[in-house]
Write a protein that binds this ligand. Structure first.
Ligand SMILES: [Zn+2]
Length: 190
């Protein structure tokens, strides 16, 4: 057993708008009956989350899931590095030249450069750049594409704890509520 989570991260939400977007997303989820408005102790890593609502199944992919969600939704706002699981990212793709950099080669030190940039980004407020080893352009950290959605940087993340798999349709509808922003979808297990 163990606890697993699915996180939808808004990649475009700025620091100033994250709280308003979070409120809008939760209001929409409550109006759909997917979660309840009143928060309870039902998530990991935060004191309170929104428990599943009567129509939680509107969010999930399987018509007949094995079980109902056993926990709720944690809403994260503020500068956050979201990881999936415990493994470090293995590769990252440059949005400019589309070359993929292998991060698993320790002698090459690529992961070290990215992890330093991640630390700088977390400290804020400026966005950190990482130079692409393939095309030599400086690319803001937030624009790099993480292979297998292992990592995402954002100011807003909706983390569903112990829910059946969320559907593509649900994620698209949620992204539309978030002004059509780009989103990342991370899945992990503790
Ligand atoms: Zn490049």
């Amino acid at each position: 057993m163990g606890d697993y989570f699915q996180t939808i991260v808004d990649l475009d939400a700025g620091e100033a708008e994250a709280t308003e977007l979070a409120e809008r997303a939760v209001a929409w989820l409550v109006s759909e009956g997917i979660v309840l408005a009143d928060r309870e102790i039902c998530v990991l890593g935060q004191p309170l989350g929104h428990p599943p609502g009567p129509h939680w199944s509107r969010a999930v992919a399987d018509d007949e899931p094995d079980g109902a969600p056993s926990d709720g939704l944690a809403v994260h706002t503020g500068r956050t590095v979201f990881y999936s699981g415990q493994d470090e990212p293995e590769a990252v793709t440059c949005p400019r030249c589309r070359a993929t950099t292998d991060l698993s080669d320790e002698e090459d030190g690529a992961w070290h450069r990215f992890s330093e940039a991640i630390t700088d980004w977390q400290d804020g407020p400026a966005d950190a750049d990482v130079t692409c080893p393939a095309c030599a352009r400086d690319v803001p950290l937030g624009e790099w594409i993480w292979v297998d959605d292992r990592l995402a940087l954002g100011h807003l993340g909706l983390e569903f704890w112990n829910w059946p798999e969320l559907s593509d349709d649900f994620r698209a509808r949620l992204a539309a509520v978030l002004d059509g922003h780009r989103t990342a979808y991370l899945w992990g297990k503790l």
